[in-house]
Design a protein around this ligand. Structure first.
Ligand SMILES: [Zn+2]
Length: 112
């Protein structure tokens, strides 16, 4: 793991966290989508499937609205999960729903 990136995220001020997340994640869709390529740290494959997105609130943090975004490697099956702070408008887009499965997302992202 690149400790420099981890330090940068931990040092992120709550008033800046949305700007930092939006620099790495597209927040204009129904779920956060990475603006970067995901390369599997186990096998080096760069083909990942968006597997599941679940939303939750985190108590004790000024940035309460979160999404766990998981991808699965198409070669070795490793699952990679990102915990993304989401802005209120992304949260509101979900309505009463708090998650999407691969089956929900495959139509949207054209995996078929
Ligand atoms: Zn892999």
């Amino acid at each position: 793991m690149d400790k420099k990136i981890l330090d940068k995220f931990l040092d992120c001020a709550p008033e800046n966290v949305h700007e930092v997340c939006a620099s790495m994640w597209d927040m204009t869709s129904i779920v956060p989508f990475p603006k970067f390529d995901i390369v599997c740290s186990t096998c080096g494959c760069d083909k990942q499937i968006l597997r599941q997105v679940s939303y939750h609130t985190r108590t004790g943090s000024p940035s309460k609205l979160r999404a766990n975004v998981s991808f699965k490697c198409t070669k070795c099956s490793k699952v990679i999960i990102f915990g993304v702070v989401v802005p209120q408008e992304v949260w509101d887009r979900m309505g009463e729903r708090r998650g999407f499965s691969y089956h929900d997302l495959r139509h949207f992202y054209g995996y078929e």
